[in-house]
Design a protein around this ligand. Sequence first.
Ligand SMILES: Nc1ncnc2c1ncn2[C@@H]1O[C@H](COP(=O)(O)OP(=O)(O)O)[C@@H](O)[C@H]1O
Ligand SMILES: [Mg+2]
Length: 242
Amino acid sequence: MIDVSALEVSYGPVTAVRGIDLTVGSGEVVVVLGRNGAGKTTTLKAMAGLLPSSSGSIWLDGEDVTSLPAERRVERGLVLVPEGRGMFAELSVRENLIMGAYHRRLPRSRLAPDIDRVTARFPRLTERLEQPAGSLSGGEQQMLAIARGLMAEPRVLMVDEPSLGLAPIVIELLYELLADLARSGLTLVIVEQYVQVALGVADRAYVLDKGVVALSGTAAELAASPDLVDAYLSSAPQEAPA
Ligand SMILES: Nc1ncnc2c1ncn2[C@@H]1O[C@H](COP(=O)(O)OP(=O)(O)O)[C@@H](O)[C@H]1O
Ligand SMILES: [Mg+2]
């Protein structure tokens, strides 16, 4: 479904991603691990079209999308839930959800059924639809960010560090929601630093280090080699603190 080949991405003189190959099959859950600064966010942004690649290619369902603007990629179902969640804090939960469907160019009256369908997965959002997004807890904001991504009707949802700043019990809940989405057939690419919880939902994983793929394999293979994985994550938390 996604085929990233020899991807390179630079910030001016700084090359952050130096030749990454990565594939995502339809219906797969792929996790991208790696310590801070490894190039995870840069890779996702380049896949989403929010950063230009300096070389390499990105294919989606047999189409070369390497030079396609971000909006055109969203229209094709490639949707990013950004690191830090990107809420509009003053807008209501409902307004934030409506923004997620922006590219579909539907009148908002037509979006009511989608809001019902998406929030059915997130009861805590249903109760808070008219509240400002900024008044939600961190976990609820992450749920909103994912729900807003779903409003775009993704075929591939890329989620950057959903666990960031959340308590372990909230992380567990979020990953149950992500696992539910995967079971419903959605293809997921998840960037994480919490290895075990992420490998728990993943089919396959990549470990990035200094802008290259240091390690890759099935989630089971990587879960069975914790020392190897740890070697590339030494400065990252290995598991949610108790
Ligand atoms: N806007 C930017 N300008 C310059 N360098 C950046 C910028 N964003 C990220 N970098 C650098 O690119 C590298 C990869 O960053 P990033 O993709 O954010 O890593 P990760 O998401 O794995 O923590 C890091 O060395 C980081 O300092
Ligand atoms: Mg990042």
